[in-house]
Design a protein around this ligand. Structure first.
Ligand SMILES: [Zn+2]
Length: 190
C-alpha cells in the first residue's frame, strides 16, 4: 500500500460513549429518517444545514474526488448508543488527483491539529468523500481506509455522488461495514 496513507498518529479517541440526551427525545427538533432503517444499527444524526454544507463541498469539484473527516460525538442515552455529526473538516492537502480519494500524511497532521483547536472535546466520528458520477458505495480502497483508520465500531463513512445527487452512510455491524440509514435533524418547518 502507498505510504501516503500511513497516518497512524491519530488523536486519542475515546471508545466509551458520553451520556447525552438522544435527539429523538427533543420535541423541538424535526427528525426525518433517511435511507434504510435498521433497528440494530447505531442511529446517526446530522443536521440538514450541516449535511448541505458537506454536499456543497462535494459539488465544488465535479471532476475529482474530494473529502475530509466528520467531527462529532459518540453518545449514549439509556443504553442506546448513537452518533452525532457536528462538523466536518476538508482534507485540504488530500491527493484528489489520484484515482481515488486518499488522506495524505500532511492532511492527517493538519486535521489532527484543527480538531484539537476548532472542535475541542469532539472526536473523529468518521470521514466523507465524493464519487462524482459513479454512485454510492465503498470501493476496495475506501474499505481499506475505513478498516485501518476508522475502525472503532462507531466510526462511519459518508459517500456523496454530487452528479447523481445521491449520498449514503456506512457503519460497522458485526465486524462488517454495511450501508445504513441516518436521521436528518432540523428545526420544525425548515
Ligand atoms: Zn471512494
Amino acid at each position: 500500500m502507498s505510504s501516503e496513507i500511513e497516518f497512524l498518529d491519530t488523536a486519542p479517541q475515546s471508545a466509551a460513549p458520553i451520556a447525552k440526551r438522544i435527539p429523538f427525545a427533543d420535541k423541538n427538533l424535526a427528525i426525518e429518517a433517511k435511507g434504510r432503517e435498521n433497528p440494530s444499527q447505531r442511529p446517526i444524526f446530522v443536521s440538514r444545514a450541516l449535511l448541505t454544507r458537506i454536499v456543497e463541498h462535494s459539488v465544488s469539484d465535479l471532476a475529482h474526488e474530494v473529502g475530509g473527516v466528520l467531527v462529532g460525538g459518540h453518545y449514549e442515552d439509556n443504553g442506546t448508543d448513537f452518533i452525532e455529526i457536528e462538523g466536518f473538516l476538508n482534507a485540504d492537502f488530500a491527493d484528489g488527483r489520484a484515482a481515488s480519494f486518499k488522506f495524505t500524511h500532511r492532511t492527517w497532521e493538519d486535521i489532527t491539529r484543527r480538531v484539537e483547536r476548532e472542535h475541542e472535546g469532539k472526536v473523529l466520528v468518521g470521514w466523507h468523500h465524493s464519487h462524482p458520477g459513479y454512485g454510492v458505495f465503498l470501493s476496495h480502497h475506501d474499505t481499506f481506509i475505513h478498516q485501518n483508520f476508522f475502525n472503532l465500531v462507531w466510526q462511519v463513512a459518508l459517500v456523496v455522488d454530487p452528479l447523481r445527487m445521491e449520498l449514503g452512510f456506512f457503519q460497522w455491524q458485526g465486524g462488517r461495514i454495511v450501508d445504513c440509514g441516518f436521521y436528518l435533524t432540523g428545526a420544525p418547518g425548515r
